[in-house]
Design a protein around this ligand. Sequence first.
Ligand SMILES: [Zn+2]
Ligand SMILES: [Zn+2]
Length: 334
Amino acid sequence: MVQVIEWVNPGEDEIIWRYPNEVIKWGAQLIVHEYEVAVFMRDGKIYDVLGPGRHTLTTQNLPLLYKLVGGSNSPFKATVIFVSMKQFQGRYGGETQTRELAPVKYYGVYWFKVADPVLFITEVVGGQSLYDTADVTKFIRAYFNEGMMKHLSAYSIVDLFQNLDMVSTQVKVKLMEDFRRLGLELVDVKIEGVNTTDEWRQRLFWIMQTGNAQYVMQMDTAKQVAAELGKSEGAAIGTGMVVMPQLLQQPAQPAQPAQPYAGGGVPPAGYQQPAQPGAPAQQAGQEICPYCGKQIPAGARFCPYCGHEIKRCPNGHIVPEGAKFCPVCGAKIE
Ligand SMILES: [Zn+2]
Ligand SMILES: [Zn+2]
């Protein structure tokens, strides 16, 4: 009976398949379907590679193995691994920290395929001794996630929430390079969402309102920011507009009057350079959606960009999700 080596009915998510019999006879029929490659390995080393088609295994098409077995025509030992060259989709999700150590959760989808089966087998399958397709898929997902974590952590929280498109594009390029090293082509990556804790969301909200990340980051908590804002002139005017520009013009006034540091040399620990006022992030009559960061019409009840409901205090100030008091006027939120 002729030995037939064929990957019968590969599953949709199966990236590799190992032919269970390691004893191969000359004259065996090797069937390689479209979008498949058959790789012959022995002792973790790759010898011959055959593409799509119906092959009768001879000394001609397996020259390296034939040489290895010393030109003998008796059955020889080899591991046959089929590799699917189709495109696969994977989901990812994880947690990392931004440059400011803000905790960030993220999730999305990515698409990949094998670009270089020999490199892929060398680096992943043989290199990691993963001969089961589920293990290989798991490895690729973990590798992707690790890269995603690493690359995202180079960004600030403001970039992640306000310039996600830019961040996605840049991170994608880096991940593509990572994948190329495994013989894989990362076809596309989509970041579907990023999220952070309530506290950081409040801080982010103020950064987006004031456009002054440095100032807000100096505040320990969102509560402290709110207290600061309460002190600024005009903050209590219930116009329905968030009155940040006043604050922006004097962000250098800390809660305690700054200790004038007259001495020469290095300022003592704890002495902070007054923050530089940032450019106002918004024009009059415009507010910023705390969920997507886009400018929205003053007084809007829903963001026209992301559709999120805009929560307001009784005086009309935008308040962050979950806030119990308005950070601008201190009014209790129902
Ligand atoms: Zn929005
Ligand atoms: Zn208010």
